[in-house]
Design a protein around this ligand. Sequence first.
Ligand code: IMP
Length: 423
Amino acid sequence: MNIAVLGAQWGDEGKGKIVDLLTPNFSIVARYQGGHNAGHTVYANGRKFVLRLLPSGILHDGITCVIGNGVVVDPQALFGEIAEVEAAGVKIGSRLIISDKAHLILPYHRELDVLSEARRGERKIGTTSRGIGPAYEDKIARRGVRVLDLRRSDKLRALVERGVAHANAMLEAGGGSERASVEETLESLAAISERLLALADDVGLSVHRALKSGAAVLLEGAQGSLLDVDHGTYPYVTSSNTTSGGAAVGAGISPMAIDAVLGVVKAYTTRVGHGPLPTEFQEPLQTQVRTLGNEFGATTGRARRCGWFDAVVVRYAARVNGLSDIAMTKLDVLDTLPKIGLCTGYEIEGSLHTEFPGDLSLLENAAPKYEWFKGWQQSTGEARKLSDLPAAARKYLDRIEELVETRITYVSVGTRRDQIIGL
Ligand code: IMP
């Protein structure tokens, strides 16, 4: 059985922990989109790991980890991360394979990311400044450089010349002072080329063969469904398809090979960066929940914006992904609150919407409608089955299941591996 595990809100749902727990049932864990903008926090062997580009399965011996063609790879970031996990005693060896069709993030992509944000003024996206968007832009504009291009130095020079020329035109037009250089870009690639090519392969083919011989694959999403470039709160999105359709494309396998899609949600909502968040808390609740949930970005350290659980959002994510199940994380963060809000619809220009609108201007004027639940005000951290949860917490979960029309199969009640219901 092959599954996709992905975020069903705006990212940071706690996918790392869920993937880590499910990994022993699979032989391959594959990342299919995004890059080192992701920050998957996993607590394992008494340590905290923040994985950005490496699939979370890397922490388990014997699991093959794959970086698919849909991912954009910054080689320096990749090798830095490999060094970090190896220093913590994780053995990678030949367990890591990178698609030779994956596009590279080049040094000028970072410059372009920073410059394009600066130029947006008040309409900033709030990107992670890792060059993710510009690398995907070059991919779609058909001037990207792929891992496999490192194999042919003459072709590589021509591609870099084209990329640098475009980047410099953009930097100049944008009033940036930096300029990209062909020679420096080629030098930085020469420094990593041999090592990266040693990890590179036709990932789609390897995974296809593994599937044929009975292996099971877990496709690990990054960011969240509402950050999907097609289905998210465009333009306040990332530049890839985070949803389940992207899993097949980005790993190079057939959609028919995916048997189930597990959506990870937080028991409330968070988002980093700009863009609408209809259920966003006011102060002092904002600071209170941010502190309780330690809601600071794993990659950038930015404070996350927090709000009540939005069933309109998750119901939408359930539809666009075809979610078969939900894993809810951080239920314990709500333990001390006296009352808990659950958004069931939006009032927009006098009418009630229970389906998520694609038009951002509607969303910006959405007034959330809440159902209020009595807080359970007791610790859930030791619950290991649903019946261990307080009745008030079960009521909250039941209502969410009803509204999003998807069953909640796992509930995480703390950061430790054993703090989970449903496994
Ligand atoms: P980019 O992916 O760096 O281009 O950023 C685009 C948007 O996606 C910004 O709002 C980021 O804050 C958001 N984003 C990117 N990666 C993550 C993530 O891993 N978790 C949550 N938000 C993210």
